[in-house]
Design a protein around this ligand. Structure first.
Ligand code: NDP
Length: 517
């Protein structure tokens, strides 16, 4: 990808909201309900949440919050759909039929592409260029998992003798009811990454979208109904994490949770799961690093790295926040990086030309502004100042990008700051850069930039991260796992690989001895 294309990918095209999206949000004047057992239901708690466009603060829709009663009803419906109620359940559906339903759902998503793009752009605050790429992941994920799912061996392995009178075999089965807890930054991508493998492995699912971005999951539920998924196979439970999410984690019918979000919340849910014997996999935040070696062209690499400090305004889990550059090229690199950060066009996400839109909510805005102040207080030298920003005619949560120069003994950027926020630390050697990059409890994504590919690979292998890249960052390919080490993830293989599918199943050992006597 050329540098110009990289920049294009963070530059918005004009987006016009389709009438169908507005109609969906209006819902005939009623709040949008959750989707349980094939029905759209209001919450018994009578609570609703306004979901807003973060760039304009316009209320897009009112959404019912699902309480304990609805969570329990959804888990029971999913359990019944899994087992079958007198007729065959989802666990018995032939793989071919599961795949047909998935692909039918994909086609309906493509028919209503503009509505789902509006969910991503208006509800999620995303630029059109990125939203379009996210949308494409629906088909890509479904096709990848449908291509490998037929090889997934469910049921008995071959029997073998384990003693003179005893046979043994393993039995692989779906978990049953599986919940996906999804964050707000990539609703469509992460719903797809969860939903397709979990369903193909034979589970019935509960989707808990983030309270800031419930619309795409609710719209997908509507399309799943149209596609003909049996009631109870897919359920969507909007609401706050500490209520709806917590009820899901506490529900004993939920046997497995796939969580994507922040390490703190993931660890909290893990403790709840432990109390109930629920298994959990976690894909969590990072504090991404990039090492720039002395043979790199500072101007070109600064722009490439700039794109990965500002993908979705830095609200991407793999964002580069910590840059370690060889001191021989540091001055030129810093100048070029400063130019990139200062040149970002701040604006409304649906307006053509915007490169840096509003952050998702007021809490994030205040966290980011605090982190900017702390970076300076801890010894970071501001190169680009940060601070609040204003966009004419819009009331959104706008913030300027922030860039700091630092040095090896100054740790001014210890935690994930979900914005276009980075530090540049000149270093004397690649070893020093690696040691600093690895001195973080996070371990999601890192990259090394050099003309010497072999040297790059040797360094990449030493990152304490789930994904290590040479001359690229945050590349994703189906078949290669995307996962975190340290507090960024685990256990399991991560997403988007063959093991992702097997993570949605469990194995038991069965022993059969001859009848005694
Ligand atoms: P959070 O951890 O705050 O929330 C994630 C989800 O958990 C939301 O649906 C949230 O609901 C829910 N939740 C919150 N509290 C509970 C609870 N007690 N019980 C059950 N569920 C709960 O993350 P953010 O939404 O702020 O997302 C950003 C984070 O996600 C960043 O750290 C980012 O790096 C990470 N992430 C990681 C990815 C990866 O692949 N490794 C990919 C994308 C993001 P609610 O919204 O209502 O609070």
């Amino acid at each position: 990808m050329s540098v110009a294309t990289e920049i294009q990918s963070i530059t918005a095209r004009q987006f016009e909201t389709p009438a169908k999206f507005t109609q969906f949000c209006e819902n005939g004047g009623q709040p949008l309900g959750g989707y349980i057992n094939g029905e759209h239901v209001s919450g018994a708690m009578n609570a609703s949440i306004d979901t807003v466009d973060p760039g304009s603060l316009e209320v897009l829709a009112r959404v019912c919050e699902m309480g304990q009663e609805q969570v329990d009803a959804a888990a029971e419906a999913a359990h019944r759909a899994f087992l079958g109620n007198g007729v065959s359940g989802w666990r018995d559906f032939p793989m071919e039929e599961r795949c047909e339903l998935m692909m039918k759902l994909v086609e309906l998503c493509e028919r209503d592409r503009d509505v789902l793009l509006a969910c991503e752009i208006r509800d999620g605050g995303k630029l059109s260029e990125l939203a379009e790429g996210d949308f494409d992941q629906i088909r890509a994920t479904a096709e990848y998992f449908c291509s490998i799912a037929p090889q997934l061996i469910l049921g008995d392995s071959g029997h073998r003798a384990v003693a003179a009178d005893t046979q043994g075999f393993t039995y692989r089965e779906p978990w049953g009811v599986v919940a996906g807890i999804i964050p707000w930054n990539y609703p469509i991508v992460l719903t797809s990454w969860f939903m397709f493998p979990a369903l193909l492995a034979g589970n019935c699912i509960l989707i808990k979208p983030a309270e800031d971005t419930p619309l795409s999951a609710l719209y997908i539920a509507k399309l799943a109904e149209e596609a003909g998924f049996p009631p109870g196979v897919i359920n969507v439970l909007p609401g706050r994490g500490e209520l709806t999410g917590q009820f899901i984690a506490e529900n004993p019918l939920v046997r497995y949770i796939s969580f994507t979000g922040s390490p703190g919340v993931g660890q909290h849910i893990l403790r709840t799961c432990d109390r109930h014997g629920t298994r959990m996999k976690r894909e969590m935040g990072g504090n991404g690093s990039a090492i720039v070696l002395d043979d790199a062209d500072p101007a070109i690499v600064a722009r490439k790295i700039g794109r990965h400090t500002n993908q979705h305004f830095g609200q991407t889990c793999c964002t580069i926040h910590r840059i370690f550059v060889d001191q021989k090229i540091a001055d030129d690199f810093i100048d070029a990086q400063r130019d990139f950060f200062s040149g970002l066009k701040i604006g409304y996400q649906a307006d053509a030309g915007t490169q840096l839109g509003a952050v998702i909510n007021a809490t994030q805005r205040s966290r980011i502004l605090t982190a900017q102040q702390q970076a300076t207080a801890r010894g970071g030298q501001p190169l680009v100042e940060g601070g609040p920003a204003e966009v004419a005619g819009k009331e959104g949560y706008y913030i300027r990008p922030a860039l700091y120069q630092t040095q090896p003994d100054v740790a001014c950027n210890p935690d994930e700051v979900f914005h276009c926020f980075a530090t540049i630390c000149p270093v004397s050697s690649a070893d020093q850069a690696l040691q600093l990059a690895n001195s973080s409890p996070y371990g999601l994504g890192a990259s090394v930039w050099t003309k010497d590919t072999q040297r790059g690979i040797a360094l990449a292998k030493q990152f304490r991260d789930g994904t290590a890249q040479v001359n690229c960052h945050n590349m994703i390919a189906y078949g290669l796992p995307y996962s975190g080490q340290g507090i960024s993830g685990g256990p399991g293989a991560g997403v988007n690989c063959e093991e992702t599918l097997t993570d949605y199943t469990q194995v038991k050992a069965v022993y059969v001895a001859d009848y005694p006597g």
